[in-house]
Design a protein around this ligand. Structure first.
Ligand code: ZN
Length: 141
């Protein structure tokens, strides 16, 4: 991704002062540096199996600067959550799948894919519960 001046959209090529409009961008660069620091931390935490810390760092990074790399990393995390849930579904472990999804959605609440998956599982669970007892009151969260 090429950084652009927020004032005039000129390409910056690493310059602290915009080559076109002369805006001082040093403060902005500091924010972007902090964002990439947190993104690197998120990726390292993920690799080390510290998933919760990873998501916290990713959120921090994206608050400062939503880069394509950060967005891709978030997509990757959503994809991983989906795979874990689908593996449980394939194994007919509906409750475990729902719990896994619940954790995923808590950490990635904006994911439409996870949201749809939850509706699907709830529907499956509803059918199953409906067949057996006819009510849903026994479903824990
Ligand atoms: Zn400019």
């Amino acid at each position: 991704m090429t950084a652009r001046c927020p004032c005039c959209r000129a390409r910056l090529r690493g310059a602290v002062q915009c080559p076109r409009c002369r805006a001082d961008l040093s403060a902005l660069f500091k924010v972007w540096q902090a964002a990439s620091f947190y993104l690197a931390k998120a990726i390292q935490d993920w690799q080390a199996g510290r998933y919760e810390q990873s998501l916290v760092a990713l959120e921090q990074s994206m608050k400062l600067h939503k880069t394509e790399l950060a967005l891709s990393f978030r997509d990757f995390l959503v994809h991983q959550q989906c795979q874990a849930v689908l593996a449980l579904l394939a194994d007919k472990q509906l409750w475990k799948a729902r719990q896994q999804l619940y954790r995923g959605r808590r950490l990635l609440p904006c994911s439409e894919l996870l949201q749809q998956l939850q509706l699907f599982i709830d529907d499956l669970l509803f059918q199953e519960t409906d067949d057996k007892s006819g009510h849903l009151s026994s479903i824990p969260l």
